[in-house]
Design a protein around this ligand. Structure first.
Ligand code: G3P
Ligand code: CA
Length: 227
């Protein structure tokens, strides 16, 4: 299996995160997979944004959940980009996607789009929330899911297995060989995030991970030579 490079929120080191511009740039840079984050607007649209509030990444303020899509569309998400909805990303790039459910309320809407557009082969569903992954698996039984974790112990392997996830997406700061070995015994793939330096790339390659989520296109170029 090839080592995968995954563009984080598009390629957020060089473009405004979670914008179409960022996703297109990630694809042009040759990233194997593109990651994005999902929330639900007040009127049920699948809004592509990391935070629950629009403050940090746009010129607006307040929670996404309190705004309609039309209101969210008036905001500037950086360099004049509008906040996209998930369906627009599907059409803007051809790459496989990792769709991270930030708000469990988005699980049902994502499941509906996955059914309507036959997305199981293209979209892996990620979440920090075990319940969101369980809900996706209930609604889309053949969906591929990944448990994301930042602060975690060895029990993260059991958590992933319990919700039927096939992949762990782990903050590299806490990675240990013991955890990697335990995950392998449970037949889990492991992706490390965020991998932005050559030392970080060497670490995840030495641990034998399956891929790296990165903010920078250079990691794609270097990963070819660190097998
Ligand atoms: O791929 C996992 C990663 O995206 C989780 O971190 O904060 O960027 O959503 P965050
Ligand atoms: Ca994310």
């Amino acid at each position: 299996m090839n080592f995968l490079t995954i563009g984080h929120r598009g390629i957020m080191g060089v473009e405004p995160e979670n914008t179409l511009r960022s996703f297109v740039a990630a694809e042009l840079a040759g990233l194997d997979v593109i990651e994005l984050d999902l929330h639900l607007s007040k009127d049920g649209a699948l809004v592509v944004m990391h935070d629950a509030d629009v403050d940090r990444t746009t010129d607006g303020s307040g929670p996404i959940a309190d705004r309609t899509l039309a209101q969210i569309r008036t905001l500037d998400a950086g360099r004049g980009e509008r906040v996209p909805v998930f369906e627009e990303v599907l059409d803007a790039v051809r790459a496989p996607l990792q769709a991270e459910i930030k708000d469990i309320a988005a699980a049902r809407a994502l499941a509906d789009v996955m059914h309507a557009r036959n997305l199981v082969p293209r979209v892996e569903v990620l979440s920090f929330h075990d319940a969101a992954l369980a809900e996706i698996s209930r609604l889309v039984p053949d969906a591929r899911t990944a448990l994301v974790a930042s602060r975690y112990g060895l029990d993260v392997v059991d958590r992933a297995t319990a919700v039927g996830a096939g992949t762990l997406v782990l903050n590299i700061r806490r990675l240990t060989l013991e955890l990697v070995e335990r995950a392998r015994k449970a037949d889990l793939r492991i992706i490390g995030w965020v991998v932005n330096t050559q030392d970080q790339l060497r670490l995840v390659r030495a641990l034998g991970l399956d891929g790296a989520t990165t903010d920078h296109p250079e990691i794609k170029r270097t990963a070819r030579f660190t097998a």
